[in-house]
Design a protein. Structure first.
Ligand code: 7TS
Length: 411
């Protein structure tokens, strides 16, 4: 199954606009994707036809709103092959990871424990652990990287050797290097070394681009975010193994997440509601369900294949440019479509500004991965990232902008 990009582009209203009197070339989907009409329609319909609160209502509108909300949960669970009761809606990946930090790591880890993570994490998957460490004093170890930006799997056995790693937090796909990590193998290794070790995967850059199978990965927690997968902002997901979630106290408390409240105590609601306090982002959850339908309709395998081919062409084009270096793997079998690069003697912000003149949107900066920037020995990178609505027509403006920046600033 191949992807027909011109047809797909028509689904995305923003892609029809121009900037600086030129065609918009959106190469920043790793930061946030665009939204197809089908997702916008579902959210509009909620607001225009049956806006009301969920779960509590006995009237028609509230039933429809509840169907939208709980229907979306089933769609997200099916999309990722996760249990419905372990599919928890959060504000974004950041909140999903913080839920685990507060309801698991801060309750279970202490001095003598080790949390293992990597040098390539987004701040969302480092800062909660550094923060918890300040209070609890556990040790944090890091899996280092190889020269070409992969996890150094040869270093892992020694990091797990003493059996003290009781939590592993790792990204599925790097937002800077594009590297796809073998999280299934890592999870198995961590549990071999310590059967009690729990594993969290940050799937923010994976779920939009790869077919993700939560049950098959054999991990305990898996976090992702709606706005990078054609869904709206304001909604993310924590997938969790119900057996583990059952043992955890709630994160936020208040309405909706209780079964009973007495003056002398409280009984938590069942999963997944125990972890969803207060009125949720109903329209956005519905929009995320529609995004799952949209991506499923196109096919995640087809999306992956399309991105692989386009990324290969982009890497070739960049490799042909003097003074341009790509960070991260060059083999598209082990990388996704986020391509960070440097141009000798040119600050990434100047590259970004010059590309903007060509109508090209790329992200420049540290990409919320400052430890990784230090490992790479840079302050910032420029990053082009590809999605299902990009194609080879987007590459010439990218190359032109990079060449203009190089020739203007560095020579
Ligand atoms: N984890 C990874 C791997 C990410 O790429 C991001 C966002 C997050 C977590 C946080 O997602 P949020 O929805 O909770 O904010 N990454 C980026 C990026 O690369 N550029 O802007 C946001």
């Amino acid at each position: 199954m191949t992807i027909d990009v011109p047809t797909i582009r028509k689904d995305f209203p923003t892609l029809a606009r121009e900037v600086h009197d030129t065609r918009l070339v959106y190469l920043d989907s790793a930061a946030s994707s665009q939204t197809p009409r089908a997702v916008l329609d579902v959210m509009d319909e909620y607001y225009e036809r049956y806006r009301s609160n969920v779960h509590r209502g006995v009237y028609r509108l509230a039933e429809e709103a509840t169907d939208l909300f709980e229907g979306a949960r089933h769609k997200v669970a099916a999309f990722t092959n996760a249990p419905v009761e372990g599919t928890i809606f959060t504000k974004n990946s950041t909140e999903a990871i913080n839920l685990v930090a507060y309801s698991y790591v801060r309750r279970r880890l202490g001095e003598g424990d080790v949390l293992l993570t990597t040098h390539m994490e987004h701040h969302a998957n480092i800062v909660p652990w550094l923060h918890a460490q300040q209070d609890l004093g556990f040790e944090i170890r890091y899996i280092p990287l190889t020269e070409d930006g992969r996890l150094d799997m040869d270093a892992v056995p020694a990091l797990l050797d003493d059996g003290r790693v009781s939590f592993l937090a790792v990204s599925h796909v790097s937002n800077v290097l594009g590297t796809i990590n073998d999280v299934k193998t890592l999870a198995a290794q961590a549990r071999d070394a310590n059967p009690g070790c729990r594993v969290l995967v940050d799937g923010s850059q994976a779920v939009p681009h790869l077919a993700v199978d939560f049950r098959d990965l054999g991990v305990d927690f898996y976090a992702f975010t709606g706005h990078k997968m054609c869904g709206p902002t304001g909604v993310g997901v924590l997938l969790g193994r119900p057996e583990v979630l059952e043992t955890m106290p709630p994160f936020l408390t208040g309405g909706e997440m209780i079964l009973d409240v007495r003056l002398d105590g409280v009984t938590w609601n069942e999963l997944p509601h125990k972890f969803e306090a207060g009125t949720m982002m109903i329209a956005e959850v519905g929009g995320l369900g529609a995004a799952c339908d949209y991506l499923t309709g196109i096919g995640m395998d087809a999306i992956r294949e399309h991105e692989k081919q386009l990324t290969a062409k982009a890497l070739d084009a960049l490799a042909g440019l003097d003074d341009v270096t790509v960070h991260g793997p060059t083999d598209v079998e082990v990388r996704g479509g986020a391509v960070s690069f440097a141009v000798d003697g040119v600050h990434p912000h100047d590259i970004g500004a010059m590309l903007d003149q060509e109508g090209v949107c790329v992200r420049v900066g540290h990409h919320c991965a400052k430890p990784l920037m230090r490992v790479l020995g840079v302050n910032a990178t420029a990053r082009a990232s590809f999605y299902l609505y990009n194609d080879a027509d987007d590459l010439p403006p990218l190359v032109r902008g990079i060449e203009r920046a190089r020739d203007f600033f560095a020579r």
